[in-house]
Structure formats: structure tokens, C-alpha cells
Write a protein that binds this ligand. Structure first.
Ligand code: FAD
Length: 469
């Protein structure tokens, strides 16, 4: 679009070489389609009865809706979703790095919700009443159901960081690619972060700015996004012959839980001038005016006990203050507030579904899809797509009073952008790495960049959201 990086033209006009590479990608996409259609396609042949209510209007909800309509003859479906605008959230990262325009990431839920066939209530659920099979809307109205699908996604809790107000994001060197409002269909964090990239570049022309990136220890949607922002902004400066002092402060213990990818990311970091990693650092507060971030560094230390003459592990929690000129914040996240008061969450605070069947463990007529699910693996659109067929098959089994057969294998995907033009396509499931293609999965590749930038959105729009893939 705007520049040439690593010999790859980032332009709306494809070079001949890039076009050829993309043509090379087409069989890849075709094989994805073929490999999935065999296992996920259901004929609209199921003759089952019962009122299904879907709560949510994002990736998981629309995928569930489309798949149910493809599977059940004349289904009785109500969807409760306040938003007509549907944000293709993975592309917030591309907008934030100047590779897409903000207009490119908005879709229209009217294209997927046919109100001649589906009852669409444009409101929010304020209360879940699973003991009497109903939900209460913000308007006060109660809606009953026979079967419920919870697809309310995840909520960003910026206010848990003391000293930070949402309005501060975009001022005083603060950005956050995650900032969006799904109800009103805005993704201001994406454009704010692209401005932030450019402010950073301007600042780096006169001195090396201190740039801090944070990640909480709570589960977040797209766990790789904090590092995507680190590497893309560092690469943006590198391409201009500039640099900064980078600090990546994460609540986690490593860059990635899969050792091969973790090693590759450490290698990636060497591309950039100097990145200091601070692990197990939990952001507590920020002093917006004075540009100081305070973390709790929680760790265990081996201490020698002279009485018993043994080493023992002692938990420590130190306060650490880091000065910065620019900060990219990834907020702590949780399910939406209306779920917090319900009886539907597990002891970790997420929707208590079985990790294989996606059925609620205590309320057998309730299923989950997408980020809200309390399952061990990633919160991504890629997971939601794999939840879809499992959920539909198992829900139909419940409606037919049959045993549940479909199993979710934990699949998730994280396209880790290590620089402009390169992605590590980290695909894994409950058992470990699960690459779709027989390539070394930990290697950063141009082909994945092109796939993510040019092909995934059309696949999402035309195939995933319509339940074809
Ligand atoms: C910056 C960023 C980068 C990402 N990158 C990737 C990526 O590269 N690859 C990938 O696969 N995924 C990525 N994701 C994650 C992906 O977008 C989510 O995992 C996916 O959208 C989850 O779908 P969902 O349906 O669970 O939630 P969402 O799509 O977020 O939808 C939740 C819906 O629920 C609605 N809702 C909330 N509360 C209520 C209520 N009480 N009543 C009714 N409706 C309600 C909201 O309005 C919204 O429509 C990224 C996300 C972000 C933010």
C-alpha cells in the first residue's frame, strides 16, 4: 500500500512476482476449502424442533447461525445482537500498521441475518436466567428459549489499570490496537495505533525513544497481537533506518508456549536493535502525565534454608516501575459483564463448557462458541470457525435426544507477524502443533503474510460467515 519492505511491494497494485506467488497460494486456499468441506458440510435435512436463541453478533454467533440454517429444515432461531456493523477484528492489526484502511474491516450483519427467516432482536442481554430458560434484555423484556448459544465474545477491561482512562488512549504516547466498541461497530484502536507508529517514527528521528509493550497474564483474544505490534512497529522504524529501546513486559513466562515457536521469536527479536523481555510482569497502573508504568513482577525464587539444609521455592512479588516515551497496552480481558452475574461461568470466570463438546457442563441445553468459552486453547476467530461444526452437530444431537459425537480438538491459529511481509502461522490444538500444511510451522514466511493480508478476509466474509467453511 504505502511502501516497499523486504523486497515485497506493499501496494494495492500487485507486482508480477507477487501475483505469481498469490496464484501459487490459490491451491493452498482451495485445499483448505476442500479439506474442510468434507467434514463440516451438513445438508439442511435435520427435522428437529425447538426455539434456539443465539446471543451475540460477532464471528461465532454468525457462523453458528449460518451453519444452523444450513443444517436444520425451517429452524426457529432468534438472534440477540445489538450491532449491525460487524468488525473483522484480525485486520485491526493491518490497519494499525498501515496495510489496510479502516473501511476495509467493517462488514454488515444484514448480509448474514435474513430477517424473513430469523428473528433478530437488536438489543443486548443484560441477564441470563438459565434456571428458567430465559434471558432478560436491556429493555427489560424476557426472551425464553429451548436451546441457547452464548457467543458474547470477550470484554477489554482498561479500567482495571489504575490511572488509565479509555480516553487517554491516543494521547500522551499511549496506544492499544484492541480498543474497539463491538456494539457501535468502531475500532478506534486500529487508527490510533497507526498514528502512534508515525509519532514513534518522528520521535526516533531526534532520539531513541523508550517504547514499552504490555500483555496481561489473563487470556486475551489473539494472544499474539501484543507481539505483532512490537515487531511491526520495530520493523517500521528499521525500514526508515531508525531505532528505539524496546521493552516487552508480559504477564506470561515465555514468548510462546510451543518451544520451537518460542525459539524462533527470540531469533526474530535479534533482527531489531534491542528488545528487552520482562516476563511475569503484570501492569498495575500508569502515570499518564509522567509516562511511568508500574508492574508487579511475580516470580518464584530458590532460597537456601540453613536449618533444613535444602533449597526451597519462595514466591516473590516486586513492584517495578518502567519509564517510557511510548506505550502499547493490551488490557486485561474477561467475559462481558452480563455473564459475570449469571450461574454460567466456571471457577476461572469463563463459560463453563466441555472443552470437546462445547456443551455447558451443567445446563445441557446451552452451548458456547468463540472467545467466551472456558477452554484451554486460544481465543481466535480461527477457533470459532472450528467450534461451528462441532456445536451445530452436538446441538442437533441434544435436540434429537441422542449422544453427542462431535469433538473440538482445540484448534487455534495465531498469525504472528514478525516483520512486514512475514508471518509465523502458529497453528496448534490441545495436543500440540497442528499445521494445516506440511511446512516447518515455526518459520516466518511471505506466503502466510500474503494469505493473511489478501485471502483471509474474503474467506471470512464469503465462506466462514456463511457457514460454507
Ligand atoms: C487486534 C485483534 C487481532 C486479532 N487477530 C486475530 C487473528 O489474526 N486471527 C484470528 O483468528 N483471530 C484474531 N482475533 C480474534 C478474533 O477477532 C476473535 O477471536 C473472534 O472475533 C471471536 O468471535 P466471538 O464471536 O467470540 O466474539 P466477537 O466476534 O468479538 O463478537 C462478540 C459479539 O457479542 C456481542 N455481545 C456482547 N455482549 C452481548 C450481550 N450481552 N448481548 C448481546 N450481544 C452481545 C457483541 O456486540 C459482538 O457482536 C483478533 C482480535 C483482535 C481484537
Amino acid at each position: 500500500m504505502k511502501k516497499t519492505v523486504q523486497g515485497v511491494k506493499m501496494s494495492n497494485k500487485l507486482s508480477r512476482r507477487d501475483a505469481l506467488k498469490l496464484i501459487g497460494l490459490s491451491p493452498v486456499a482451495a485445499s483448505v476449502l476442500l479439506s474442510s468441506s468434507a467434514t463440516t458440510q451438513l445438508e439442511a435435512s435435520e427435522d428437529v424442533e425447538g426455539k434456539i436463541v443465539i446471543v451475540g453478533g460477532g464471528s461465532g454467533a454468525i457462523m453458528a447461525l449460518s451453519r444452523l440454517q444450513r443444517a436444520i429444515k425451517n429452524p426457529d432461531i432468534t438472534i440477540i445482537a445489538p450491532n449491525e456493523v460487524h468488525i473483522y477484528q484480525p485486520a485491526q492489526v493491518f490497519v494499525a500498521s498501515g496495510e489496510m484502511e479502516i473501511e476495509d474491516i467493517f462488514l454488515d450483519n444484514n448480509d448474514y441475518i435474513d430477517t424473513d427467516k430469523v428473528n433478530w432482536i437488536k438489543d443486548e442481554v443484560s441477564k441470563f436466567n438459565p434456571d428458567n430458560n430465559s434471558v432478560t434484555l436491556r429493555s427489560g423484556e424476557k426472551i425464553g428459549y429451548d436451546y441457547l448459544i452464548v457467543a458474547t465474545g470477550i470484554q477489554s477491561n482498561y479500567e482495571e489499570i489504575k490511572g488509565l482512562k479509555k480516553e487517554d488512549i491516543g494521547t500522551n504516547g499511549i496506544s492499544s490496537v484492541y480498543l474497539n466498541d463491538l456494539e457501535y461497530g468502531t475500532a478506534q484502536g486500529a487508527t490510533i495505533t497507526w498514528d502512534w507508529f508515525n509519532d514513534l517514527k518522528t520521535a526516533a528521528k531526534t532520539k531513541k525513544p523508550k517504547v514499552l509493550y504490555t500483555q496481561p497474564s489473563s487470556p486475551i483474544k489473539c494472544g499474539g497481537a501484543p507481539q505483532k505490534m512490537l515487531y511491526l512497529s520495530a520493523d517500521y522504524l528499521k525500514e526508515a533506518g531508525l531505532s528505539a529501546e524496546y521493552t516487552f513486559a508480559t504477564g506470561l513466562k515465555s514468548l510462546f508456549h510451543l518451544p520451537k515457536i518460542d525459539q524462533e521469536l527470540h531469533k526474530t527479536q535479534k533482527r531489531y536493535d534491542k528488545i528487552e523481555n520482562r516476563f511475569q510482569h503484570h501492569l498495575q497502573s500508569i502515570d499518564v502525565k509522567n509516562k511511568k508504568a508500574t508492574f508487579i513482577h511475580a516470580y518464584e525464587e530458590e532460597v537456601y534454608d540453613e536449618d533444613f539444609e535444602i533449597y526451597e521455592k519462595v514466591s516473590r512479588a516486586d513492584e517495578v516501575v518502567i519509564d517510557y516515551d511510548f506505550i502499547h497496552i493490551t488490557p486485561p480481558m474477561s467475559p462481558v459483564d452480563s455473564l459475570k452475574d449469571s450461574n454460567l461461568l466456571d471457577n476461572m470466570g469463563w463459560l463453563e463448557v466441555d472443552q470437546y463438546s462445547l456443551q455447558h457442563k451443567r445446563y445441557k441445553n446451552i452451548f458456547g462458541i468463540g472467545d467466551v468459552c472456558g477452554i484451554p486453547m486460544g481465543k481466535t476467530g480461527g477457533s470459532a470457525r472450528h467450534h461451528g461444526p462441532v456445536l451445530v452437530e452436538n446441538l442437533i444431537s441434544v435436540m434429537k435426544n441422542e449422544n453427542l459425537k462431535a469433538k473440538f480438538d482445540g484448534y487455534t491459529v495465531c498469525p504472528l507477524k514478525t516483520q512486514y511481509g512475514k508471518i509465523i502461522m502458529a497453528e496448534f490444538n490441545y495436543k500440540g502443533p497442528a499445521p494445516t500444511f506440511p511446512l516447518d510451522f515455526e518459520k516466518p514466511r511471505w506466503i502466510w503474510w500474503a494469505f493473511d493480508l489478501y485471502m483471509l478476509k474474503p474467506m471470512y466474509k464469503y465462506l466462514m460467515l456463511t457457514g460454507r467453511f
